[in-house]
Ligand binder design. Sequence first.
Ligand code: GLN
Length: 255
Amino acid sequence: MTRLTVGWLYPDLMNIYGDRGNILTLLKRTKWRGYETQLIELPRGVTEGMDDVDVFFFGGGQDREQSLVYEDLLEHKQPLIERAVASGSMILAVCGGYQLLGHHYRTADGHEFPGIGLIDVHTDAGPGRMIGDVVVDIEGLGLDPPNLVGFENHSGRTFLGSKAAPLGRVRVGSGNNGEDGTEGCVQGAVIGTYLHGSLLPKNPQLADHLIGRALRRRGVESLSALDDAVELDAHARILERERQRRGPAARQRSR
Ligand code: GLN
């Protein structure tokens, strides 16, 4: 029986603004297609089973929580994550998790947490927090609908290096840094984003992108369709609400 294994990095510390919903969505959408699933929790310390992981999830966390996990990430997780990614595992990282997969996260009070440099991004906290609903137009992943909706709350400003491509462009919200209009990043098997909410329940097309890519190494060529009427209705309501909020100009923009 084909099985999808989800690896949850630091579920006790890096899990805010409904991030747990991403785990439930990955497991449920896989089960609904008749595949087996397994969830491996990966707290601090030496952990077993990372080679089996098909999709890693790394949630968000305040500066305090990030200060409690970054050394463990470097010491115990980095080599195993790199090996798993090299063998086809996918990673979805949100906010604080996204930041620690990059080169560094520097807090507003000047503490620097080195990241594992798996993605070519760096993050420096700026004055004030970027908080609110976000709508992102997606480039390059072939998603339908080609946009994501979610919620952001971060002080970090993330800048992409030449090896990382933006996940998309913000239509609403600040995204990576509130300056260059980009949101998140895609580099190889890693997708980083500032979107909490949680992200995947209202964006099933991204969940299926991760599940589909991850199950390829288990010999699954394509995923069967699911009835996403409820999920896509929730998605569409957020888009409509944002259109209403931004008035006539926004209503020009279809979808
Ligand atoms: N502590 C980080 C920041 O403020 C990440 C916050 C988060 O994960 N929501 O930018």
